[in-house]
Design a protein around this ligand. Structure first.
Ligand code: GCU
Length: 455
């Protein structure tokens, strides 16, 4: 072969190599998977779930090629290289993209007429372990509400203000513990749940969610716990945004396509709880972690992204619209979630049903908005609907932003093995054995992580 002929073959060959390497580097969904060591979905479970519903993808190999938007180059031009520029320009721009295209825009700050009423204060609650408080926050100060009740347990023996975990609950404050004095919400609940009659909960549901809220362990660990029934803020059904805080704060007239959905409303409620917690002398307002499971994990992330008074953020099995990368289209997708729960996100988000590639953001950028604060993301082995791998990858791809602050995010070569938490940096992650749930194992990891950053 003479030289010219050689060049003739070489050029297309080199082009092919370059194209392939670009494609491989774009294929973020698989490039960091260490197939030999890291967690992988159980093949039997993948088959079972796929056979139940062919239209949902559970196969890692069928994930489409995609390119993730780079948080550092979101403002076209050059890449951000320092924390100050990130804070001044990229961060607010990304936050605005999430507001505009995913969750919707909530009213800013604390309403002027909002009131706090500590209607219950009991020392030596829970057999002497805790001081219990119940606080009513009336959002607009009107007698008829809307209002939410915060249930707070603080360690009884603490001499200084305590750090605390704040999280919304699914079925009412009285379901998180058997304490007979926790008041019962009068807000709407879906029928079919234990103790719910005519969309109202009853005494029968007291303590039924206790396994998700290990109050005694939390207190013994030196943390306080504050929780609120999420339906006090906005009832979780598609009511045309007439009830809850939407009804109270929306302007009259047609709704904008970027108006706040329910996740945004719940996150706003968490910030209003924060308004109170910051005034309570028994609580260390600089060390409040926000935690949430599932749809309420989507909510804790969105609350943490918008309100940096949350010093640590925890997402437990939050899945689509939470920690999972949308572009992977694995398990629940943008199209599925917007169809099943049309009230959770803003109307603009529906434009990306089955068009995830066109979204100006993906969920790793939501995690990046927590930087430099610590954030912990957790998945469950059987919870493929929430895409454990996609949740891990969001954590992983937030790394460059933590680096801007000189902080270690999550330094791993691939997804960690089952039940092997990684929490030595500012981004924590684990995938736990078992189903979609919030367990003591999860809490113990969150508390250990908080110990590292709060103590
Ligand atoms: C459904 C929904 C999920 C959500 C979950 C929950 O499964 O599809 O997106 O996280 O409910 O909140 O329990």
């Amino acid at each position: 072969m003479n030289i010219r002929k050689f060049e003739l073959y070489l050029l297309p060959f080199l082009l092919l190599i370059v194209t392939l390497s670009i494609l491989i580097s774009c294929h973020d969904g698989r490039s960091v998977v260490d197939k030999k060591q890291g967690w992988q979905a159980d093949e039997g479970l993948v088959d079972t779930l796929s056979n139940k519903n062919f239209s949902v993808n559970y196969f890692e190999d069928s994930i489409p090629l995609f390119e993730l938007p780079d948080p550092l180059t979101v403002l076209k031009g050059s890449s951000v290289t320092d924390a100050e520029t990130w804070n001044k320009t990229s961060r607010p721009a990304i936050l605005q993209l999430f507001r505009e295209f995913v969750y919707g825009i909530a009213p800013i700050g604390k309403p002027e007429s909002m009131t706090f009423d500590v209607y219950d204060l009991k020392k030596d609650a829970l057999a002497g372990l805790s001081t219990r408080k119940q606080v009513r926050i009336n959002f607009s100060g009107k007698l008829e509400g809307p209002f939410m009740d915060i249930l707070i347990y603080l360690p009884d023996n603490s001499e200084s203000p305590v750090p605390l975990f704040l999280g919304l609950n699914f079925q009412g404050n009285h379901t998180i513990n058997n304490d007979p004095e926790i008041s019962i919400t009068k807000s709407w609940l879906p029928n079919g749940r234990v103790g719910v009659v005519d969309n109202r909960t009853t005494e029968k549901a007291r303590g039924i969610a206790a396994s998700r809220w290990p109050v005694e362990e939390i207190l013994k660990h030196g943390y306080g716990l504050a929780t609120i029934y999420y339906g006090d803020i906005d009832p979780d059904f598609d009511d045309g945004f007439l009830n809850g805080v939407h009804g109270a704060f929306d302007q009259k007239g047609p709704r904008e396509s970027n108006a706040w959905g329910s996740v945004s409303a719940w996150a706003w409620g968490l910030s209003r709880a924060m308004d109170y917690l910051q005034t309570d002398k028994d609580i260390d307002g600089t060390h409040i972690a926000v935690i949430g499971h599932s749809r309420l994990g989507k909510t804790s992330l969105w609350a943490g992204a918008q309100d940096d008074r949350f010093a640590l953020v925890v997402s437990n099995c939050s899945g689509c619209g939470g920690a999972a990368l949308s572009r992977r289209k694995y398990g629940e997708t943008v199209g599925i979630i917007n169809t099943s729960f049309p009230h959770w996100f803003c109307r603009n988000f529906k434009k990306y049903n089955n068009k995830e590639d066109e979204l100006p953001v993906d969920q790793h950028m939501l995690i990046a908005l927590m930087a430099p604060r610590p954030v912990y993301i957790a998945s469950a082995d059987r919870d493929l609907w929430a895409d454990p791998h996609g949740e891990f990858l969001s954590a992983y791809y937030a790394n460059p932003v933590y680096k801007l602050f000189g902080k270690k995010g999550i330094e791993v070569k691939g997804m960690p093995p089952l039940d092997t938490p990684v929490q030595d940096g500012y981004i924590g992650y684990h995938v736990r054995s078992g189903k979609h749930d919030l367990t003591l194992y999860d809490w113990n990891n969150y508390m250990d992580f908080a110990d590292k950053h709060f103590r």
